[in-house]
Design a protein around this ligand. Structure first.
Ligand code: NAD
Length: 447
């Protein structure tokens, strides 16, 4: 199959490289020239484990190519995926579809022969209808079908998720697209990945319903964590106790500082808006959004309380800036709100992140970025673990403590045992757990 991927970001580049690895002929397009230049020189514009090797391997075989000009590749393509961004629209929270529609217009002008156009971007119900209308308007003679194929990969585990998905969802209104999509995913079909063919609108809604459910699950355990703190229960044990029930499942039950990232915040908002417009509000998700916003502010208050009620003029060390480990993605990371709230209360911020600092520099002001976890602790009143990078899981706590002026360790990811942290001299604060534990912490599935 000749595949074109419009948009070479976290989803487009991973999907394009994986399709090439399946044996398809893939061209990844992006309008960002710097990104394409970097890719053509063998560089990778994002941090995603394994991606550099995968891209290099497939470029070397001649199956993967990059360009800023979609015209020739689209004319030759069997399938064109749209994998551009769909951020929250400023002001109202609806998904901003301007990039999707612009891509549809550009594709329309270049079509030649029957082509399947597939929205891989997360798009609200009805977007496929509008993409179809735009293409027909721009190129009334074009032979095409528009399908929906939402992407479920997680940053940090994107290649594995793409190659071994829980399911592949494909929404069609035109049966001519079915054999083409079957061929695109044939290698996964052979691996027995479940493929769900459905209607296009249903497919579009599945993606939002899935993300909103996961965001709600995280928010639920975060509220249970609050309750645990009040009543002397341990949220990790509660999470394990409920997660072992197959009807609930152990994933996405890790209490923390609130969900963030490039998907959940914007997708929950967009679902709320779609439901409102349809006259069937989804109140559970409206509440999820509000509770999560409040949670991020509450995390800053937790740090301030750990510092004796004020952080004015005090240095706070931040460990981890990205919204989760193994990515450099800073979009809507909880660290941004937490740091802003601490700065508003007069704190001086020193931060370290293994991969997120170059993006963070463009999003945060007056933060001193340092080159090691220990350097964040210098003269600090508190060190706050915001992201659970592996690099933070086995710190020399005595050394960390020795660098500090104060003794507060605020662990928003519960990666340390309270008794271990306290033995190292810390006043240790974590999420939803009572004082020092005597029993082994139970491992629960990571998000
Ligand atoms: P991204 O911002 O990393 O990448 C989008 C890319 O599209 C950018 O490089 C941009 O320059 C390019 N682009 C925009 N308009 C273009 C055009 N007309 N022609 C060519 N290139 C164009 O975004 P992302 O994180 O890859 O997300 C893409 C979509 O996938 C979104 O709808 C998102 O919700 C969805 N999604 C993301 C993830 C994730 O983990 N990031 C997971 C599942 C689904």
């Amino acid at each position: 199959m000749r595949i074109v991927m419009i948009g070479s970001g976290y989803v487009g580049l991973v999907s394009g490289a994986c399709f090439a690895d399946f044996g398809h002929q893939v061209v990844c397009v992006d309008k960002d020239e710097a990104k394409i230049d970097r890719l053509m020189q063998g560089g990778i514009p994002i941090y995603e484990p394994g991606l550099e090797d995968l891209v290099a391997r497939n470029v070397a075989t001649g199956r993967l190519d990059f360009t800023v000009d979609l015209t020739g590749p689209v004319a030759r393509a069997d399938v064109v995926f749209i994998a551009v961004g769909t951020p929250a629209r400023r002001g109202d929270g609806h998904a901003d579809l301007s990039y999707v529609y612009a891509a549809a217009r550009e594709i329309a002008g270049a079509l030649n022969g029957f082509t399947v156009i597939v929205t891989k971007s997360t798009v609200p119900v009805g977007t496929g209808d509008e993409v179809e209308r735009i293409i027909r308007e721009v190129n009334p003679d074009a032979e095409f079908a528009v399908a929906s194929n939402p992407e479920f990969l997680r940053e940090g585990a994107a290649i594995e998720d793409f190659k071994r998905p829980d399911r592949i969802v494909i929404g069609l209104e035109d049966e001519r697209a079915r054999p083409v999509m079957e061929e695109v995913y044939r290698p996964l079909y052979l691996n027995q990945a479940p493929i769900q063919f459905t209607g296009r609108r249903t497919s579009e809604l599945i993606k939002y319903a899935a993300n909103a459910f996961l965001a709600m699950k995280i928010t639920y355990i975060n509220e249970v964590a609050e309750l645990c703190e009040q009543v002397g229960a341990d949220v990790q044990q509660v999470a394990r106790g409920i997660g072992l029930d197959n009807r609930i499942g152990g994933k996405f039950l890790h209490a923390g500082p609130g969900y963030g990232g490039s998907c959940f915040p914007k997708d929950t908002l967009a679902l709320v808006k779609t439901a409102e417009d349809a006259g069937t509000p989804i109140r559970l998700i409206e509440t999820t959004v509000a509770v999560n916003e409040a949670r991020k502010r509450a995390m800053a208050r937790k740090v301030i309380a750990a510092c004796g009620g004020s952080v004015r003029g005090k240095t706070i060390g931040i460990l981890g800036l990205t919204f989760k480990p193994n990515t450099d993605d800073m979009r809507d990371a909880p660290s941004l709100s937490i740091i802003q709230a601490l700065q508003d209360s007069g704190a001086v911020i020193r931060a370290f992140d293994p991969e997120g600092m170059s993006a963070a520099r463009t999003m945060l002001r007056d933060v001193e970025f340092v080159s090691s976890p220990y350097a964040t602790a210098e003269d600090a009143a508190a060190v706050v673990i915001v992201t659970e990078w592996d690099a933070f899981r086995a710190l020399d706590l005595e050394r960390l403590k020795a660098e500090m002026a104060g003794n507060a360790l605020v662990d928003l990811r519960n990666i340390y045992r309270p008794d271990v942290a306290e033995r190292a001299g810390f006043s240790y604060v974590s999420i939803g757990r009572p004082g020092p534990m005597t029993d082994e912490p139970l491992s629960i599935a990571a998000e």
